[in-house]
Design a protein around this ligand. Structure first.
Ligand code: ADP
Ligand code: G6P
Length: 355
């Protein structure tokens, strides 16, 4: 039997290269929904499925059709569509959306092999995150909302160095080489998905420090598509105007190089969008309320909710800059989208369930 329209799973797609902040984003998102940000106790430790009361997250690496050895033998990377089973991805996401549980494979990142599958029951919200949520047109059409985390090469490099050199003992050369080796497939199969995203979070080096190449201070752009059902872009001061705002002064503490916001309409891959940009970083997270109070359409449930969420997860990467700030805002927008979908279904005439 299948679900009636009123309880159909809402499906969200989150695309990015690996090491670009998807897990961090998921932790911020599940927190907005009030869920646990850790895998369920007793669950398969390699399962990427995070569960809160409402949200299930599937890591699309689980749809690798070639395991590590298979990829090596065929000479293809994990980014290559030939290493991934889009038919199965489509069938299972569609089944879940239709209210039917599936046996989802599990890709084990330690062994590089596929582990026995796990049962995924239809949740209220399903997030599919990984390299290719918007690659296959059939899967793309199942998404109620899609997000692309667009981390520029300079910043990606800085993050990788920080993680792989400091925490995993890799050399600078090997990190450079692995980024270079992935680049052709990244450009061919991952990056083009951003044209389909309803929201893109673009992360670039700062423009506040001339010739900065440290990748510590970031310029982050939240690109929001206009005309997306159940999604009203956030704006600064006056919707549709072009605004430049330096909030540093009496109400916001800013050390060098300061903070600069810009907002305005733009086009992105031929689509009308609104872009909110933040360059620089916060010195004091509690003062974020000052910035929050000047933004509209945040979809918060109470005054200061964005700031509260940011303070709650001050230890997550990106909490002092636009990456964490915009991820939190997108989390609120997704909650709002979900609530609007549920409300519109409740108001709609009930369609007869097919036998
Ligand atoms: P993914 O799930 O896409 O692989 P993660 O969320 O696990 O990415 O992040 C991977 C690493 O990238 C983190 O451990 C951190 O070092 C770095 N990172 C991610 N997001 C940020 C950010 N906003 N600012 C700084 N570093 C970040
Ligand atoms: C996962 C990640 C990829 C990564 C791969 C490692 O699939 O999503 O980004 O490249 O694991 O693959 P490898 O063939 O090096 O084991």
């Amino acid at each position: 039997c299948s679900a009636s329209d009123a309880e159909k799973t809402v499906v969200i797609g989150l695309a990015a290269d690996s090491g670009c902040g998807k897990s961090t984003f998921m932790r911020r998102l599940t927190s907005v929904f009030g869920g646990a940000a850790e895998p369920p106790k007793g669950g398969n430790p390699d399962s990427n499925t995070l569960l809160s009361d409402m949200t299930t997250v599937i890591c699309l690496d689980d749809y690798h059709s070639l395991d590590r050895t298979g990829r090596k033998e065929k000479g293809v990377t994990a980014l290559d569509p030939r290493a991934n089973d889009f038919d199965l991805m489509y069938e299972q996401v569609k089944a879940i959306k239709d209210g039917v549980a599936v046996d989802k494979p599990i890709y084990n990142h330690v062994s590089g092999l596929l582990d026995p599958p796990e049962v995924i029951k239809p949740p209220k919200i399903l997030v599919i995150e990984g390299l290719h949520p918007m690659y296959d047109e059939r899967v793309r059409d199942l998404l109620d909302f899609s997000i692309y985390l667009d981390i520029s090469n300079e910043v990606k490099f800085a993050w990788k160095i920080q993680r792989d050199m400091a925490e995993r003992g890799h050399s600078l050369e090997s990190i450079k080489a692995s980024i270079e080796a992935r680049k052709p497939d990244f450009d061919a199969y991952i990056d083009p998905q951003k044209q389909y995203a309803d929201a893109v979070i673009e992360v670039l080096p700062t423009q506040l420090i001339p010739d900065d190449n440290e990748g510590k201070v970031l310029r982050v752009r939240l690109i929001m598509k206009e005309g997306v059902k159940n999604f009203n872009p956030v704006y600064l001061f006056d919707e549709g105007s072009t605004i430049s705002w330096i909030p540093c002064g009496r109400k916001l503490t800013c050390s060098y190089p300061g903070i600069k916001f810009t907002y305005g309409p733009d086009t992105y891959f031929g689509n009308e969008v609104s872009v909110l940009e933040m360059d620089g970083q916060f010195d004091r997270l509690d003062e974020l309320i000052y910035v929050e109070s000047h933004l509209s359409n945040l979809s918060s449930k109470f005054y200061g909710e964005v700031t509260q969420q940011m303070l709650k997860h001050a230890d997550f990467p990106g909490s002092n800059n636009g990456t964490g700030f915009f991820q939190t805002i997108v989390g609120l927008k997704i909650r709002d989208l979900y609530e609007q979908i549920v409300a519109s279904r409740a108001g709609a005439p009930v369609t007869a369930a097919k036998a």
